[in-house]
Design a protein. Structure first.
Length: 151
């Protein structure tokens, strides 16, 4: 029997499996499935891939359900690069390799670098923070400087 604060390899594997399924559901616009797979904590924070300050949400479900019409015909897979697990927290550092139609735009690559921070919530896990950015492909310092200036 394990104690509550011990994270097993099976805990990590199951959370990664659910995160992978959730990535696919999101890219397909199946937000009901996404929400069923990923429980968002109250006061969940998001560093949006579109930039700007990190936002905090009391209840994320409504915004996610509204997004179901934005994402269509997508395919995705989660490439987990690193897993950090300690005490009550699991952090996944990954790339969401995805493409699809987003907001009426033609099918294209929408891959994102992501950091997902989960904490134990009873027998389950809840997402407390997500940081996503589109910098999957390297950019040069001049392009970074332009982005930093808001260009």
């Amino acid at each position: 029997m394990r104690t509550v604060d011990t994270i097993t390899d099976e805990d990590v594997a199951e959370l990664v499996r659910r995160a992978e399924e959730a990535t696919v559901a999101y890219a397909q616009g199946d937000m009901k499935r996404y929400v069923a797979l990923v429980n968002h904590a109250d006061r969940y924070t998001l560093a949006d891939p579109l930039g700007g300050p990190a936002a905090q949400y009391e209840h994320r479900t409504r915004e996610l359900e509204d997004a179901s019409s934005v994402f269509t015909s997508g395919e995705a897979q989660l490439e987990v690069l690193h897993v950090h697990a300690s005490d009550e927290t699991i952090v996944l550092v990954a790339v969401e390799r995805q493409h699809g139609e987003v907001a009426g735009r033609p099918d294209q690559d929408w891959s994102l670098r992501v950091t997902l921070v989960f904490r134990r919530a009873g027998a389950d896990w809840e997402l407390i923070h997500r940081h996503a950015d589109p910098l999957v492909h390297p950019i040069d310092l001049d392009r970074l400087a332009a982005l930093a200036r808001g260009e």
